[in-house]
Design a protein around this ligand. Structure first.
Ligand SMILES: [Mg+2]
Length: 236
C-alpha cells in the first residue's frame, strides 16, 4: 500500500507546513500497518523528515521528495544520486518568490517548488519563469501541480520509488496499491498498472492513467478504514 500525503491523506493548508493529521488518520494508518504486515509506505513530495514531523511519533517507510530520498522498511535511508542540476536556477526562483507577494519557494533539495496558492494571479508569470528556466535543460523538467510548479530531475519520480520498495520485504510479492491526487503521482500509477496493481486518483481524474477515482480526502480515509476493517475480519 503506497500513499501520497498532501491532497490524498491530508487536506491542503495555506502553508505547506500547516497541515494537520486530525485524530482518525493516525489510527487508520496504524491499523493498516499492522494488518498489512508493515507493507505501507508514504510516497510524497515532502522530505522524509517533514513526513516524520507530521506523523510523529510514527516513522513509516517513506519516499520523500518524489523518490529522491527513500527510507526502506528496515529504516535505512537511500538517496538518489542527482547532479546539482537545480543549483543554477535556484537563485532566479528565489528572486521571483521574494519579489512577488504570495509566491513561495519551497526548496526540497531534489526539487524546487514555486507555490502561488496565495496569489493565483501569478500563475502565468510563474509558468513563464519555469518554462524559461527548464527550456534548454534536458536533465530538468517541470510539473504543474495544484497552485504550484515543481522543477525536478527526470531521474527521480514516484514510480521509481515504488518500484524500489516492491523489490524489498515486506512489499515484494504483493500487488501494489497507490493512491495519489496530483500529476506528480502519475508515474506511480503507471508503475502500479504495469504490475497489475490498483491505482486510485483523488479528485479530478481527467487525463489520469489511474484505474479508479475517488472524490476527496474524506473518501480516501473512508476507503482505507474499510480496507483495514475487512483485512481484520479476513484474519479471524
Ligand atoms: Mg498530493
Amino acid at each position: 500500500m503506497f500513499l501520497d500525503v498532501d491532497g490524498t491523506l491530508l487536506e491542503f493548508a495555506h502553508q505547506p507546513d500547516a497541515v494537520q493529521t486530525g485524530t482518525s488518520l493516525p489510527i487508520i494508518l496504524d491499523q493498516l500497518v499492522e494488518r498489512l504486515g508493515g507493507a505501507l509506505a508514504l510516497v510524497s513530495g515532502r522530505t522524509v523528515e517533514d513526513l516524520d514531523k507530521i506523523f510523529f511519533p510514527r516513522c513509516f517507510p517513506a519516499a520523500g521528495q518524489h523518490g529522491f530520498e527513500r527510507r526502506d522498511a528496515s529504516g535505512t535511508l537511500h538517496r538518489a544520486d542527482v547532479a546539482h542540476a537545480l543549483e543554477d536556477i535556484r537563485p532566479q526562483l528565489k528572486t521571483f518568490s521574494d519579489g512577488h507577494m504570495g509566491a513561495l519557494l519551497e526548496d526540497k533539495g531534489s526539487a524546487l517548488a514555486l507555490h502561488y496558492r496565495q496569489a493565483p494571479g501569478l500563475k502565468s508569470e510563474a509558468l513563464e519563469l519555469v518554462q524559461r528556466l527548464t527550456a534548454d535543460r534536458d536533465e530538468l523538467h517541470y510539473l504543474a501541480g495544484k497552485m504550484v510548479y515543481e522543477i525536478k530531475s527526470r531521474m527521480v519520480n514516484k514510480g521509481v520509488a515504488i518500484a524500489c520498495f516492491m523489490e524489498e520485504s515486506p512489499f515484494a510479492g504483493r500487488l501494489p496499491i497507490f493512491i495519489g491526487d496530483d500529476v506528480t503521482d502519475e508515474d506511480g500509477f503507471r508503475f502500479v498498472n504495469q504490475e497489475g496493481g490498483l491505482s486510485i486518483r483523488v479528485g479530478d481524474a481527467c487525463g489520469s492513467v489511474a484505474q479508479f477515482g475517488v472524490p476527496n480526502v474524506q473518501s480516501v480515509l473512508g476507503w482505507l478504514h474499510d480496507v483495514a476493517k475487512n483485512l481484520d475480519e479476513g484474519k479471524q
